[in-house]
Design a binder for this molecule. Structure first.
Ligand code: HSE
Length: 412
């Protein structure tokens, strides 16, 4: 038998208890030992639970208990999670977490501490909910050089966009529904402003490209400016709007082009049919070509599934798993996004728009939608740098054209 402790009894923590209770025998077989949750840390009281006697409010009780070998951190946030995780690792306990904020902020450091103490720091649940992606990246795809990752990494925003597209539901109603279903972050701004997706693409890029990429260095846009009009133009162009985390290793350089933004995705791309709370992650490898991972990216049991699978790996591991490592980086390896090539959809109001679009951008493709008012139009630019795109749009603004929307295209 192996004792573990769970820090936090919210959506994910209670899901972990549920999965262990409902499938404990099988899980024990896979781990090679039965798993016993000895302590649960939470500041709240849960007197009605059958395991109410295992709750503590004092982390030191867990830290000082040498019979606890694995600590499961599912509290969220960087503090005090960071202190609890680093102290646990230094005490020789492996740690499993679903906390993407923590991994994105402190991953390199915590992996190093785990390595120094011959234990593991595992975080499968931090990206893609129930989808296996971390382990496939460092183990199953280990033969590849990873060139590029494009992912729908946030279930809440994908749920909201799907409701807007398919049911013309308002943004606020769809968000409320996602919150009720337990998909959204405690502060949903992290979802709708793109920060959650940013943390996740940083984790995937750090693992794939070998150096820590910090979220602060990644240009990030959310979905709050997307309208039903944009959705209709995208449809007329054979595309759908998705919030995409994108990272690409630049050729002949150790720099990474990385960004989170709403993008128009071609209906011929597998990512275009990833709907509702599902996530989809496309990984482009040197030997495999494209591999796509798909599944529920948020929610109690899918996330708990990934946590429990990491618990099994910790119990089975003989020391630190060496393939799950990346280096810290003082210098940013993030390429200046303004110099990166992009094609974009632009929606505007103003009579002079068509003439200006053609003279500034060259060959543009005009789009249409049902019910388009006379003064509104939308077009797609040719490939140009982000800097030139902004310069041209500012030029249009100066000449009285109101830019209503700009959405990048995801190139296949
Ligand atoms: N709020 C996150 C999402 C939860 O919607 O994807 C899972 O990380």
């Amino acid at each position: 038998m192996v004792n573990i402790a769970v820090l936090g009894h919210g959506v994910v923590g209670s899901g972990v208890m549920e999965v262990l209770a409902s499938n404990g025998k099988n899980i024990g077989k896979k781990a090679g030992k039965n798993i016993e949750v000895k302590k649960i840390l939470d500041l709240r009281e849960f007197p009605d639970l059958p395991y109410a006697d295992r709750f503590t409010k004092n982390f030191q009780e867990i830290l000082s208990d040498d019979s606890i070998h694995v600590v499961v951190e599912v509290m969220g946030g960087v503090n005090p999670a960071y202190e609890y995780v680093s102290e646990s690792l230094k005490k020789g306990k492996s740690v499993v977490t679903s906390n993407k904020e923590l991994v994105a902020a402190k991953g390199a450091e915590l992996l190093k501490i785990a390595n120094e103490h011959n234990v593991n720091f595992l975080f499968e649940a931090s990206v893609g909910g129930g989808i296996p992606i971390i382990k496939p990246l460092h183990l199953c795809l280990g033969a590849n050089e990873i060139f590029e990752i494009a992912g729908i990494l946030n279930g809440t925003t994908n749920f909201i966009l799907t409701k807007m597209i398919r049911e013309s539901m308002s943004f606020a109603d769809a968000l409320a529904m996602a919150q009720k279903l337990g998909y959204a972050e405690a502060n949903p701004a992290a979802d709708v402003e793109g920060h959650d997706a940013c943390r996740k693409i940083c984790i995937l890029a750090s693992l794939s490209f070998g150096r820590h990429i910090y979220p602060e260095s990644v240009p990030t846009e959310g979905i709050t400016k997307i309208t039903l009009e944009d959705v209709a133009y995208a449809e007329s162009f054979g595309r759908v709007i998705k919030l995409i985390g994108h990272a690409k290793k630049l050729e002949d350089s150790d720099q990474v082009s990385i960004m989170v933004s709403p993008m128009m995705v071609s209906k011929s791309s597998q990512l275009s049919s990833v709907d509702d709370v599902y996530n989809g992650i496309l990984v482009r490898g040197s030997a495999t070509g494209d591999v796509v991972f798909y599944g529920k990216g948020a929610g109690k049991l899918p996330t708990a599934s990934a946590v429990v699978s990491d618990i099994i790996d910790c119990i089975r591991a003989d020391g630190t798993i060496k393939s799950l490592q990346w280096q810290d980086s003082t210098e940013s390896r993030v390429a200046d996004y303004k110099q990166q090539p992009v094609r974009a959809y632009v929606r505007y109001l103003g009579e002079k728009g068509a003439e200006l679009a053609a003279s500034l951008f060259g060959e543009v493709e005009f789009l249409s939608r049902e019910g388009r008012p006379m003064e509104e139009a939308a077009f797609v630019t040719p490939l140009l740098s982000e800097e030139k795109l902004e310069e041209n749009l500012n030029n249009m603004r100066r000449q009285g054209v109101e830019i209503l929307g700009k959405i990048r295209l995801l190139e296949e």
